[in-house]
Design a protein around this ligand. Structure first.
Ligand code: GDP
Ligand code: IMO
Ligand code: MG
Length: 422
């Protein structure tokens, strides 16, 4: 953490790497925590003092009294879900008005965006993306088409603007022959809009730059993961925002030179939710065991997460795109019981072997190296001195391949189960 600089913490695989946990752990070191992309498709889990929270739109710095949290212009917000999330936190004693600022430039997700999300998925049939159904794609599409509604719109003549966009969506849904009913949803959505009016809606890009010039420090909290990035992910099986480091600049309105450290966060193995190519996916009992031990079920949708060994080709690609300076390895404890652990070091297809991310990941098979497992319980460990040799070897192997140090190793879901390496 440097004064007057931004650090970014980015998921560098398919999301759910444990970003929420680590952002919460880092928060006391920063003046500001800011989300720059995505919306309620995210589910960031934070566990401390026997309490568990799953955040969707609200930054994971919210539990620290001295940290300002910002939802940046690159985000999309569903007022009803946001209001529900905020009220739950308020019930637990975390008052939004004092802690959270929202960009007037962030885009709104309408109930009809969610209906469109469902309609487009239904239309795709077997080729569906497996979205979270939160209206993310349609909302970002409207942003790009320059017809979207922004948070700032709720402050002025909102009813007419809302009606116009809603009617446009209704026409599309009618043309698609898609049946839906948003009556109830719309009621709580409009209540959510009212609630948002009571919060601090502002020009967050000006605020962040002012704070930086005053020497304050900012942590940009990623959502999703690099392989779900609209440009660099496994298109079209991706989300619709810039989840990579470039998204920090556009999604908060900060210059690239303001970014200092880029933390690339990954699990000691791999997971993916939804459809799309996933070369390291395990279809056998090993995959099932990882899912069971790692509780790999979606925080937002409850769906099974697909599981596999760590994929160094994907990690290296993501590290390149993001300019990762430090790696954070999560859920190491999930591999405690394995006698052997595999790592994917290359892909192969039709006799060709590559260590570069292919344009189309479909059909590529993993090439594995195998390392001995550590076969012991990491969860009670509090310092790297206690690490077994096999874990140190696993860490060194990944560091050598990546050319980047692993500076944090997580050994359990709780805030305290976080080990900083020197
Ligand atoms: P995010 O979206 O990147 O914030 O990650 P999620 O919250 O969707 O998924 C991470 C899951 O792993 C959550 O259930 C966390 O509580 C859990 N978790 C995080 N770190 C660890 C760890 O080191 N070990 C174990 N066993 N679980 C962890
Ligand atoms: P966090 O921030 C894991 C996936 C969905 C789907 C694809 C597109 O918790 O890591 P969308 O609803 O965004 O249009 O869905 O992206 N996806 C995620 N997977 N973690 C997430 O967020 C995700 N957000 C979206 O499953 O495959
Ligand atoms: Mg998640």
């Amino acid at each position: 953490m440097k004064q007057g600089k931004i650090d970014a913490l980015l998921g560098i695989v398919f999301g759910d790497e444990g970003k929420g946990k680590v952002v919460d752990y880092f928060t006391p070191q920063y003046d500001v925590v800011a989300r720059f992309a995505g919306g309620p498709n995210a589910g960031h889990t934070i566990i401390f003092d026997g309490k568990k929270f799953v955040l969707r739109s609200i930054p994971s710095g919210i539990f620290n009294d001295n940290t300002l949290n910002i939802i940046g212009n690159g985000c999309v917000i569903a007022p009803d879900l946001f209001c529900q999330e905020a009220r739950e936190l308020e019930k637990a004693g975390y008052i939004m008005k004092d802690r959270l600022h929202i960009s007037k430039r962030a885009q709104l997700i309408l109930p009809t965006h969610r209906a469109l999300d469902r309609a487009y998925e239904a239309l795709k049939g077997k080729a569906k993306i497996g979205t979270t159904g939160k209206g993310i794609g349609p909302a970002y599409s409207d942003k790009a088409a320059r017809i979207g509604l922004r948070v700032g719109d709720i402050l002025d003549d909102f009813d007419a603007k809302y009606k116009q966009l809603k009617e446009r969506h209704e026409q599309i849904l009618k043309d698609l022959g898609y049946e839906y009913d948003i009556t109830e949803e719309e009621k709580s959505w409009l209540e959510g809009v009212d609630y948002m009016r009571s919060l601090h809606l502002t020009d967050t890009e000006i605020e962040i730059n002012r704070l930086l010039s005053e020497g304050k420090s900012v942590l940009a909290e990623g959502a999703q993961g690099s392989l779900l990035d609209l440009d660099h992910g496994t298109y079209p099986m991706v989300s619709s925002s810039s989840t990579t480091c470039g998204g920090v600049c556009t999604g908060l309105g900060v210059a690239p030179g303001k970014i200092d450290q880029v933390f690339g966060i990954f699990k000691a193995y791999s997971t993916r939710v939804g459809s799309g190519p996933f070369p390291v996916e395990l279809f056998d009992s090993v995959g099932d065991t990882i899912r069971e031990i790692g509780h790999e079920y979606g925080a937002v949708t409850g769906r099974n997460r697909r599981c596999g060994w760590v994929d160094l080709v994907a990690l290296k690609y993501a590290a390149m795109i993001n300019g990762v300076t430090q790696l954070v390895m999560m859920k190491s404890d999930v591999l405690d019981s394995f006698a052997h652990i595999k790592v994917c070091t290359a892909y192969t297809k039709d006799g060709v072997v590559t260590t570069d991310m292919p344009y189309d990941l479909n059909g590529w098979q993993p090439v594995y190296d195998e390392l001995p497992g550590w076969k012991c319980d990491l969860t009670a460990m509090t310092s790297e001195e206690e690490f077994p040799q096999a874990l140190n070897d696993y860490i060194s192997y990944i560091e050598r391949y990546m050319g980047i140090p692993i500076t944090i190793v997580s050994v359990g879901p709780d805030r305290r189960a976080t080990i900083v390496r020197s």
